[in-house]
Design a protein. Structure first.
Length: 298
């Protein structure tokens, strides 16, 4: 059964003559994916930059991932964004991967190389997160205590750019301590990173807490002690939506005054994917403003 398109948005281009060229096809692939704003974002990028493309959303389960990806590119698709739960699994399908994707062990962007025909993979999540934190929210990461909640594909994709910002410590906390410890050991040479259980016994408050677990997608909240938060702690949820996530509600209840959800990260990582595909990086501020004005997300 072919992957099901659950959302679509297109931008038509024109050329000389009577028949317009067919737009290049892109999509986001995940499960579930009906909530994704990626079609809307890339349509706005295309209008802004004068590109001709059609971007859809493909709801694909884990068992259908490989045939769906091969079918999409076999029929002339130009690029895919990859979201939960496929970011790690998709690496096995790529012929080539960038260094940052290999080190993360996860990818959120695929494309077919025009010259070689090889399927290429990259991860733009970390770039998107850091740009939102530093450029949009004006947060300083250097010499700060950072807590990263989760050790799955979402967390893997942001570790390298976060460590490149030289935090005082980056603590990975996960429900399964062994997964966090393995991830911390992998990145031990890149900066002051260590692992802890999700209950975080005896930890002092943090300057920045980033939620990267899948619990938020199920409207759940990891069991975190309120003492991790001070009024100046920035609490950031990498998910996005039209209402506050359980993590953001916990953060506010715990006394955090600076709370943000991941719409900015979503738009910034999408802009980096767009640059990889089209060779031009769109402006993100107008797109963020348009999405918020339309009530698409907080």
């Amino acid at each position: 059964m072919p992957a099901r398109d659950v959302a679509a948005a297109g931008v038509s281009g024109t050329q000389t003559g009577t028949t317009p060229a067919a737009p290049d096809r892109y999509a986001v692939i995940g499960h579930p994916v009906a909530h994704s704003l990626s079609p809307r974002i890339h349509t706005l990028f295309a209008r802004q930059t004068g590109q001709s493309l059609l971007y859809t959303a493909m709801d694909v389960t884990a068992g259908r991932l490989a045939p769906a990806v091969h079918e999409f590119f076999g029929r002339g698709g130009r690029g895919l964004n990859v979201t939960v739960p496929h970011k790690q699994a998709v690496m096995a399908l790529a012929d080539e991967a960038t260094g940052r994707a290999r080190r993360a062990g996860a990818a959120n962007t695929l494309w077919r190389d025009a010259a070689s025909g090889r399927l290429c993979a990259d991860t733009t999540d970390g770039v998107g997160l850091v740009r939102d934190l530093v450029d949009n929210l004006h947060i300083r990461i250097a010499a700060r205590r950072v807590l990263l909640l989760g050790a799955g594909g979402a967390a893997r994709g942001v570790l390298e750019p976060l460590l490149a910002c030289a935090p005082a410590v980056l603590l990975i906390a996960n429900r399964t301590l062994e997964r966090a410890a393995a991830l911390a050991a992998q990145w031990a040479g890149a900066g002051p990173v260590r692992a802890a259980p999700l209950e975080l016994p005896d930890e002092a408050p943090f300057d920045l807490i980033i939620h990267a677990t899948a619990a938020g997608l199920a409207d759940e909240m990891p069991p975190l002690p309120a003492r991790l938060v001070t009024p100046t702690t920035l609490c950031y949820d990498m998910t996005y939506g039209r209402r506050e996530s359980p993590f953001i509600r916990w953060a506010r209840h715990s006394g955090a005054q600076l709370c943000h959800m991941g719409l900015g990260m979503l738009v910034e990582q999408a802009a980096e994917s767009f640059r990889l595909w089209r060779g031009i990086r769109p402006q993100t501020a107008p797109v963020l403003a348009a999405l918020r004005a339309a009530g698409e997300a907080l």
